[in-house]
Design a protein around this ligand. Sequence first.
Ligand code: SF4
Length: 284
Amino acid sequence: KDFRNNVKPNWCPGCGDFSVQAAIQRAAANVGLEPEQLAVVSGIGCSGRISGYINSYGFHGIHGRSLPIAQGVKMANRDLTVIASGGDGDGFAIGMGHTIHAIRRNVDITYIVMDNQIYGLTKGQTSPRSATGFKTKSTPGGSVEQPISPMEMALTAGATFVAQSFSTDLKDLTALIEAGIKHKGFSLINVFSPCVTYNKVNTYDWFKENLTKLADIEDYDSSNREQAMQTLMKHNGLVTGLIYQNTERPSYQELLNGYSETPLATSDLQLDEAHFEKLVAEFM
Ligand code: SF4
């Protein structure tokens, strides 16, 4: 199983997204998938290119909309493993509404956010993850806004799988993506993925100095939601590892009454031309 293709990524040398790509490829192989069993859906941004760099089904969607597409793919073909991906601007600004509702809906997909705390593709503007005081072309005097705390937000939205990693921790990141794929429900994995070109504050060295591994916290229990929230607040969200997992709550598909035994993608819909024209007429 080889999830590499022959497309050369055009990310800047040193961009954290290279490791995320490698981790997805390794995780997919480790859980025993074949390329035709995986769909990677992405939004817009430097990170959005990732769907074209993996040997699988790929869909490069529009800004902030990877999650509606990914949920639709999964609902139509439950046999596919579906990974949605994007950046912090994509998922936590224009796409935030979709993120919150996908979390509470608990559709069985994995969402990987490449969090570089800036807009890279448009050459360096303040993002919803940028710290207060962060100076960019869009906030030359320093941002006066509070950054989004995505892990806390996910916990309050009812997430059943919340994890965070750092792009240089390839082994840990791969293991978390494997766990997310295996989780029966929505899994959110936020990855600190430095933008070496435009973010000169949140660098590799900055993350190394400021991140705490949950594995190093004595008695940390990832099934304890209250402890997860307290730990995130204590460390200002700068922790890596499996933050919280609830294996009890059923996924959206499991709760859906009348969800067909046969996936829509392989159902015989018996749509002849007359049916099709009637359907189209309803939307004219
Ligand atoms: Fe990566 Fe930043 Fe370059 Fe975009 S601009 S490819 S995020 S380093």
